[in-house]
Design a binder for this molecule. Structure first.
Ligand code: PEP
Length: 255
C-alpha cells in the first residue's frame, strides 16, 4: 500500500456469524487490540447485530458496516434494509456485491450499481466487491472480468462520489477456501483495477481510492499482501471472527 496516497482499510466481513450478544463480546475483545491502529478498522456485521455493535464501539476507533443495502428508500421489498435505516443506526460502511450474494442470491452488476449509488447518496461508504471465478482465471480472462465489473458497478458514479468508494478485489476461488492469492497475483489485479479507475476518472482520483484484497487473508499472510503498492487493505472473512487474528492483520497494515 502507498500510505502517502491513501489510507488502509482493514474490514471484517462477519457474514452470517455472531448473535448480538456474541457480537458485543467480540467487539469488546477487538477494541483494545486495535486502539493504536493507523488504518481504518471496520467490522461489517449481520443486520440484527448493527445497533449493538454501534453501541459497543462507541469511544473506540472501530467503525461499523453492514453487509448489504437496498437501493430504494422504502417500500414493498420484504426482507430488505434501506440505507436510511442503516444510517440512523450509525453504520458507516456497506459491503456490496460480495461473491456470496452474487452466487447465492442473484446479485448482478446492475443491482450492485444501483446499491452503490444509493449507498453513496446516503453518505455511506460502499465496499464494492469484484473478482473472478477460478474458471475465469484458468481461461485467462481475469483482467476482462474484473474491468467489466468495475465499469458496470460504478456506472454513473460521479468523480466526486467515487472518492468515497472502497473496492475489494476478492478472487472467488480464494474466499473461504484457504487458497490465498499470491501477493503478486493480488498486486497484479489491484493495479489493473487502479488503471481501470484512472481511465474512467483520472489518475489522481484512482491513486486516492482504497483497493483491498480479500480471500483467505489472515495474520500469517497479511504483511506480505499489504506490502504491495496497490493493496491498500483487506476484506477479511474467517480471520475477522478471531480477535487476535483480526488485530494482527490491522497491525500488519500499520507496519
Ligand atoms: C470474505 O468474506 O470477503 C472473505 C474474504 O472471506 P475469507 O477471508 O474467509 O476468505
Amino acid at each position: 500500500m502507498n500510505k502517502n496516497l491513501r489510507k488502509a482499510v482493514i474490514a471484517g466481513n462477519w457474514k452470517m456469524n455472531k448473535t448480538p450478544s456474541e457480537a458485543k463480546e467480540l467487539l469488546t475483545q477487538i477494541a483494545p487490540l486495535v486502539k493504536d491502529a493507523q488504518c481504518e478498522v471496520v467490522a461489517c456485521v449481520p443486520y440484527v447485530d448493527l445497533a449493538v455493535a454501534v453501541e459497543a464501539v462507541k469511544g473506540t476507533n472501530i467503525k461499523i458496516g453492514a453487509e448489504n443495502a437496498h437501493w430504494e428508500e422504502k417500500g414493498a421489498f420484504t426482507g430488505e434494509i434501506s440505507t436510511g435505516m442503516l444510517k440512523e443506526v450509525g453504520v458507516e460502511y456497506v459491503v456490496l456485491g460480495h461473491s456470496e450474494r452474487r452466487q447465492y442470491f442473484g446479485e448482478t452488476d446492475e443491482t450492485v450499481n444501483k446499491r452503490t449509488k444509493a449507498v453513496l447518496k446516503a453518505g455511506l461508504k460502499p465496499i464494492v466487491c469484484v473478482g473472478e471465478l477460478l474458471w475465469e482465471r484458468e481461461c485467462n480472462i481475469t483482467e476482462e472480468v474484473v474491468a467489466r465489473q468495475i465499469k458496470l458497478d460504478l456506472f454513473d458514479v460521479s468523480a466526486e462520489d467515487v472518492k468515497n468508494v472502497v473496492i475489494a478485489y476478492e478472487p472467488v476461488w480464494a474466499i473461504g477456501t484457504g487458497k490465498v492469492a499470491t501477493a503478486d497475483q493480488a498486486e497484479e489485479v489491484c493495479a489493473l483495477i487502479r488503471a481501470t479507475l484512472a481511465k474512467l476518472y483520472s489518475k489522481e482520483i484512482a491513486d486516492a481510492i482504497t483497493i483491498q484484497y480479500g480471500g483467505s487473508m489472515n495474520d500469517a499472510n497479511a504483511a506480505e499482501l499489504l506490502a504491495k503498492e496497490n493493496v491498500d487493505g483487506g476484506l477479511i472473512g474467517g480471520a475477522s471472527l478471531v480477535a487476535e487474528k483480526f488485530a494482527a492483520i490491522a497491525a500488519a497494515a500499520n507496519a
